[in-house]
Ligand binder design. Sequence first.
Ligand SMILES: Cc1cc2nc3c(=O)[nH]c(=O)nc-3n(C[C@H](O)[C@H](O)[C@H](O)COP(=O)(O)O)c2cc1C
Length: 204
Amino acid sequence: MVTSGSPSIPALDLANQAAIDAVFHLYDPPLWLVTARAGKDRGGCIATSVTRASIVPDLPRILIAIAQQHYTWQLIESSDEFVLHLLAADDLAAVARFGLLSGHTHNKLAGLKLGKTPRGAPRYEQAVAWLGCRVETRQTIGDRSVYLAAITDGGVLRQAPLLTVSRLVQDAQPEQIAEIKRLYVRDQHIDRAAILLWRRDRAR
Ligand SMILES: Cc1cc2nc3c(=O)[nH]c(=O)nc-3n(C[C@H](O)[C@H](O)[C@H](O)COP(=O)(O)O)c2cc1C
């Protein structure tokens, strides 16, 4: 049975789900690489849930949503810092490394030529651009934590077209697409259970 987990939120039938999904296919978000460091531990993951959250030039801020099962989430929780990178369109290797493996089982930064931000966080030098971010506040939303962060520094490293979701789908090898789909479905199950639990707890 379909449930929203909350009496005030309607459960969605399949037609409504498809209509909503079609809206998300109308735009093409960039892929961001999020790196973080906590003590000696370092890691990173790919994220599309990234939004500019301030238009004030001297008070730049950003919102990101990171799933709590990710190793990168642990690093951000421990350090309250992360680095965002915009990737080059041809950098599918970064997706394979950071989006398909987990830092729980792999040292994702091993063997990479990395720089450092002025605050000592790992910077991915093949990126097109980067932003150093410091968490100001967070909200747990069941499956993910939403972080509002102050942007402390950043820069454009080179001029190149950006990697976006449609570019990834167009250029990735069929095996890579199949693995992305498999992980997407796995994460949907984990996230669904966590959202329903969160809603039920709030309704009590
Ligand atoms: C195109 C794409 C977009 C993604 N967007 C997000 C996102 O916005 N938030 C998130 O928590 N995970 C996102 N992921 C999933 C993580 O990047 C992935 O699960 C990663 O392996 C987690 O690594 P970690 O456990 O080392 O942190 C995305 C993955 C891909 C391929």
